[in-house]
Design a protein around this ligand. Structure first.
Ligand SMILES: Nc1ncnc2c1ncn2[C@@H]1O[C@H](COP(=O)(O)OP(=O)(O)OP(=O)(O)O)[C@@H](O)[C@H]1O
Length: 361
């Protein structure tokens, strides 16, 4: 098997950016290969856009380097100007030029002979399925169509890197999924390295080959979406993707006792406070049988009794909130399809052991 030894299309090393003494991007490193989509995912204000702006060359880092195809593009001394970085940009407010036709918008950044430019414009408008609007103007297009023109415009000069900052957030929900999928297919075909900023976990899960989870200026976890989702580094990383339930406990003999039985806490010293974190979809529900629940099992532990406080049907699933007997706290469970038990109903809850995370409190 051939080993790919080519340098990554985009590499950033130890980027730091400070504003007025506040570190907004704090030692961020990552690589993106050609044809790959990496999502910078994190809450508002965590430094995602600033990272993108440094790569684009419109913000200057305080330290760290940026490489494209192994070549230095920018450090604190040397700097390739933004327009020579071969980077395509697509932001939320992707304003098209209102006075230019669709074709001229797409051709805007293109150089070369007229026929070649026309060929590339037609190729891209065919890809985004807007060839029939080639002579139209932006105001004649819907929001989703304008978005696709903006994509075609950004891709026209065959950028080596595409930077996208919340590019779909201006679109209404019904359009968004379709446009995300189409965009992804086109980006893959064009073989650019894509760095996409979003604060929406679903968007990152849908688009990314790799997710870089960012918090307070730092990348706290990086990996394939499946790994980031199923092997989160801490409670906040679990909570970023879904609702969570948390049990408090203390470790004794590498075990944490809870009303749901004991959890393994290998290597955690005795007396350490821990939190057992799990998602609502990993709670199992059982009916009450004359005051009893299911027998304990190795995979699901011990059942605990709860009383339905509230239940709602959400479309694909139902969310049931239980008031738990053991300490009166609320625990959330989701189940597929419709299950809306009345408040006051007694049920027994177990947790899937293999889907729980034990973190130091
Ligand atoms: N030019 C600037 N001068 C001072 N502070 C800035 C500047 N640009 C950004 N910041 C601050 O840096 C922090 C990170 O901003 P940034 O836009 O990178 O975050 P973000 O993760 O992209 O958030 P959002 O999704 O809300 O855009 C914010 O607190 C912001 O107020």
């Amino acid at each position: 098997m051939a080993i790919n030894t080519a340098p990554p299309r985009l590499e950033i090393r130890n980027l730091v950016c400070r504003f007025g003494g506040r570190t907004v991007v704090d030692d961020v490193s990552l690589t993106v290969q050609a044809g790959q989509v990496t999502c910078l995912l994190g809450p508002s204000g965590c430094g995602k856009s600033t990272t993108l702006r440094m790569i684009a060359g419109v913000e200057m880092q305080d330290s760290g380097e940026i490489y494209v195809d192994g070549k230095l593009v920018c450090d604190t001394v040397f700097r390739v100007p933004p327009e020579r970085r071969e980077i395509g940009l697509m932001f939320q407010d992707f304003a098209l030029f209102p006075h230019l036709s669709v074709a001229d918008n797409v051709a805007f950044g293109l150089k070369g002979a007229k026929e070649q430019k026309r060929e590339r414009v037609e190729e891209l408008l065919r890809k985004v399925d807007l060839i029939r609007h080639i002579d139209g103007f932006p105001h004649q297009l819907s929001g989703g169509e304008q978005q696709r023109v903006a994509l075609a415009r950004a891709l026209a000069p065959r950028p080596r890197i595409m930077l996208m900052d919340e590019p779909f957030s201006g679109l209404d929900n019904r359009l968004r999924d379709g446009i995300r999928d189409e965009t992804l297919a086109i980006l893959k075909e064009e073989d650019a390295a894509v760095l996409l900023v979003t604060h929406e976990p679903e968007e990152a899960m849908r688009m990314a080959d790799e997710i870089a989870l960012m918090r307070r200026g730092k990348i706290v976890q990086q990996g394939a979406p499946y790994n980031v989702y199923t092997r989160p580094v801490d409670k906040a990383a679990v909570a970023f993707f879904s609702d969570v339930n948390v049990l408090q406990s203390q470790v004794n003999g590498a075990l944490a006792q809870t009303p749901f039985g004991q959890f393994l806490a290998p290597g955690v010293p005795d007396g350490t406070d821990v939190e057992i974190v799990f998602r609502p979809q990993h709670v199992r529900l059982d009916f009450d049988r004359n005051g009893k629940g299911p027998l304990p099992t190795a995979t699901d532990g011990v059942a605990a009794r709860g009383v339905v406080e509230r239940a709602r049907f959400l479309g694909n699933e139902s969310l049931i909130e239980f008031r738990m007997d053991y300490d009166g706290s609320i625990l959330k469970a989701t189940v597929p399809n419709v299950f809306v038990p009345n408040p006051g109903r007694v049920m027994w809850l177990t947790i899937r052991r293999d889907r729980c995370f034990v973190f130091p409190a």
